[in-house]
Design a protein around this ligand. Sequence first.
Ligand SMILES: NC(=O)c1ccc[n+]([C@@H]2O[C@H](COP(=O)([O-])OP(=O)(O)OC[C@H]3O[C@@H](n4cnc5c(N)ncnc54)[C@H](OP(=O)(O)O)[C@@H]3O)[C@@H](O)[C@H]2O)c1
Length: 309
Amino acid sequence: MTVFLTGASGLVGSAFARAAARRGHRVVGVVGGHASGVEGLAEKRTLDLADAGATTAAVLDVFPEAIVNCAAVSSPDACEVNPAQAQALNVALPALLAQLAHHVSARFVHLSSEQVFDGAQTTPYRAGDAPSPIQLYGRQKLESERAVDAVAREEAATLRAPLLMGNSLAGRRSPHERLFADWAEGRVPRLYTDEFRQPCTAENLAEVMLELCERPDVRGVVHWAGAEVISRHALGRRIRDHFKLSEKEAPIVAVTRAETPDATRKRQACLALDLAPLVGKLKTRPQTIAEQLEELKVPPPYREWYLKR
Ligand SMILES: NC(=O)c1ccc[n+]([C@@H]2O[C@H](COP(=O)([O-])OP(=O)(O)OC[C@H]3O[C@@H](n4cnc5c(N)ncnc54)[C@H](OP(=O)(O)O)[C@@H]3O)[C@@H](O)[C@H]2O)c1
């Protein structure tokens, strides 16, 4: 199948491109500022996806069987800094891609986030639970879900994803890559002992997205995540142990949410996701933390620090 992939240079998009190529799909990938190659792409196009005319022309030119949207302003902080740009990428773009998917009868797979929930619930959020975002990023993701559903109910599946582990192209995006950056550059990360997430890797999520491309019977908003819920502090320690780093080489300070009330107003305490009904429909399985750690590589920008430490 020919897939039109946005965000092909991102953490998830680059994993999707590799996975789709392994399965024999032809992937035309759109990047923004990323200048070098992306493994798995049959064709790479550089495009500003905030430009609706150029995006429409590219989709109509490729005339894909599936559109997969991995482009976004994916950092909540970046959304607060430039809300208009974030609105263009996080809301207007998925709405446009959904319309185009409807127009060319393509399957549409869109990515949303666990951050549509407020994190106050201690039991896992179900896909049908009422969303209640607490920051702009979560509100935009929710708006995108609704916009997609309004124009492409038959064609679209919107996947709410958790905190994502994995290996990004630049090596500075995912949790272990950010920890390496802190350690290599002499900073001490402060990680919450009482902030819980249910991570999976971008590779595992990409497998799910591929299955969704091939399964047009799955529609609407669905959840995916890992098999375990873990605190950010415990996750940091597991990452440190996995790479056999000592406490001296890779220090971590444990903090609680109560110690940083200003910072935690816009951070959810507990984001666990109920994976039904999707988990019962797919071959891909949710990963344990140990399985996720096995996939992680030493990030290229910090390889020298790691080898010399
Ligand atoms: N990472 C997570 O923990 C996480 C968790 C839950 C949900 N999600 C969601 O999953 C999706 C993928 O996230 P990610 O972590 O893979 O994001 P990412 O690594 O930040 O990648 C974002 C992608 O969007 C592209 N992009 C941004 N602005 C663009 C523009 N104006 N024109 C063209 N391309 C543009 C970037 O291209 P260039 O780099 O080439 O400019 C990059 O390929 C997003 O919808 C995100 O909200 C992510």
